[in-house]
Design a protein around this ligand. Sequence first.
Ligand code: MG
Ligand code: ZN
Length: 259
Amino acid sequence: MRAWPPKVRKGPAVPTAFLDRDGTLNRDRAGTYITRPSQLKLYAGAAAALKLISAKGYRIVVLTNQSGVARGYMTLAASRAINLELVRGLRREGARIDAVYFCPHGPDGNCPCRKPSAGLIKEAAGDRPADMPRSFMAGDKDCDLLLARNAGLRGFLVLTGQGRSASAGAPAYRDLLALARALPDLAGKAAGPALRVTTQFPRGVRVGRGFAPRTPEDGNPCVGFPPPGGAPPSARGSRNKTPATPPLPGQLQPKRKRP
Ligand SMILES: [Mg+2]
Ligand SMILES: [Zn+2]
């Protein structure tokens, strides 16, 4: 379900950064749901990360599971309002989000859009196609990485939010800003062969089984990734049950409100 924008302009396929929301762009406290716009606390480096990702030539699309709607913790309208606050809050800091899609269903709903199912990516691609070989998915949970695999995208783990509880197997970055700095700069370049670009991804990092496209530079292809069919804990509905881990020195801190 699209929360933003009201209409998407048609156009050619573009490199797209598919990003998770809670725990990737904003604070995600274990055991709680964000049910009001005022509870949305952007990470201090989130705007800088998005600005850099945009500057490097990626369209930015946020994909978020919001089962709190199905669970009755908030209305569909409240979930939309929170997603709009995300767009506005980042815009106030000069960062742009091109689109936000969310799944309001619960884990038992068998909907096609709850991550790690690829429905949200299909919906986004129906609005504006993504140049898949030069696109990626980043998030703090196994379900984000499984989504990447299910959609045939590169997957990146961020170690904010619940990232340190993920079993991973994908390249991991301290936070979204660290990932943004490592991304290849596609801006201003004509669409060349995808392989040439993919080889510019950071080398010497672990890449999970099935992350596409694979190149000889990817190294060990299958470290610690859940086996096909074996859903990770996060896909079995145990969201927000892991204990909170204290942030490491230098890790993104939740942004403090100005008095
Ligand atoms: Mg998350
Ligand atoms: Zn859904």
